[in-house]
Design a protein around this ligand. Structure first.
Ligand SMILES: *[C@@H]1O[C@H](CO)[C@@H](O)[C@H](O)[C@H]1NC(C)=O
Ligand SMILES: *[C@@H]1O[C@H](CO)[C@@H](O)[C@H](O)[C@H]1NC(C)=O
Ligand SMILES: *[C@@H]1O[C@H](CO)[C@@H](O)[C@H](O)[C@H]1NC(C)=O
Ligand SMILES: *[C@@H]1O[C@H](CO)[C@@H](O)[C@H](O)[C@H]1NC(C)=O
Length: 251
């Protein structure tokens, strides 16, 4: 067969394949156009990018497991000695960068969620954010008060700034986020450090594979930025700003 002929036949064949596949996908295109709002992730908790780990028979079991890590005497010793000096300057640098981005001020009332012994609170105070407090299941006075992030012991509209690097410990991520949005003042800022590409530790209650579930969960806030960080095994910083009281909520 002549070479030119061969090419023409191949071209015709490819064109046919294309038309057939286009024809076959038409129903799906129509379905998408008819029900576009059913395509995005509607229930973030069953979203493929956010998976709750199985194995917690009750909330009590979950809390016991979290306490097991938080109360571990060996870990607590490390957190208050070697880690104390190693981590505070790193947290301070993260917070200085947030100041430069106008997401945090010295006058901000700040909360650190899941702060354990309060390294991040100490870092905030050192850089001049004096009205800052930590919260965890086990208190560590004076920096950290007792509280469950699924049910924060604070009134609505209390904080200008909330920070957390324990999102992966949340058994109910929608409660974790709803409580942040409740206790933040309008226009308040929430900054999370999360692990996207690496797997979190054995005490994690969920695994996060993209920031999309967070964007869905923070449904009364706007995404401010996403950037890479090197935060003790956590690789991504995500910042949200809660909607203002007078502004319309995002659709
Ligand atoms: C944590 O669990 C281990 C074994 O599962 C147990 O031996 C240890 O006492 C527990 N620690 C705390 C602080 O509950
Ligand atoms: C914030 O506090 C720090 C530490 O006390 C201080 O160095 C800095 O000048 C303050 N910044 C402003 C804008 O007041
Ligand atoms: C606090 O905020 C929640 C959630 O936005 C709302 O349902 C509740 O009514 C508020 N409570 C008060 C006392 O305003
Ligand atoms: C926001 O998300 C929460 C939890 O994911 C959900 O219960 C609530 O209905 C959502 N609200 C809006 C306005 O979409």
């Amino acid at each position: 067969m002549h070479a030119v002929m061969k090419i023409t036949l191949t071209k015709t064949f490819i064109l046919r394949c294309f038309l057939v596949s286009l024809f076959l996908s038409l129903p799906f295109i129509f379905l998408y156009l008819l029900f576009p709002q059913q395509q995005p992730f509607h229930n973030p908790v069953t979203n493929k990018d956010l998976r709750i780990r199985p194995g917690y028979s009750s909330y009590e079991t979950y809390i016991q497991r979290q306490l097991n890590k938080t109360l571990n005497p060996r870990l607590r010793k490390i957190w208050t000695t070697r880690d104390w000096d190693r981590k505070i300057p790193v947290f301070a640098r993260f917070f200085e960068e947030l100041k430069e981005r106008k997401l945090l001020q010295n006058t901000s009332k700040a909360l650190c969620i899941g702060a354990r012994v309060g390294q991040e609170v100490e870092a905030l105070r050192r850089i001049g954010v004096l009205d800052s407090l930590g919260m965890d299941l086990v208190p560590y006075p004076p920096l950290v008060v007792k509280g469950d992030f699924h049910n924060q012991p604070f009134n609505n509209d209390t904080f200008d700034f909330e920070f957390s690097n324990v999102f992966d410990h949340a058994l109910y991520p929608e409660r974790f986020v709803a409580e942040i949005e409740r206790t933040l003042k309008p226009e308040g800022v929430c900054v999370l450090h999360v692990a996207l590409s690496r797997r979190a530790d054995k005490y994690s209650a969920n695994d996060l594979y993209s920031i999309q579930p967070l964007v869905e969960l923070f449904n009364h806030s706007a995404l401010v930025h996403v950037r890479s960080v090197d935060g003790f095994g956590l690789d991504t910083e995500v910042a949200f700003r809660k909607n203002g009281g007078t502004r319309h909520h995002r659709l």
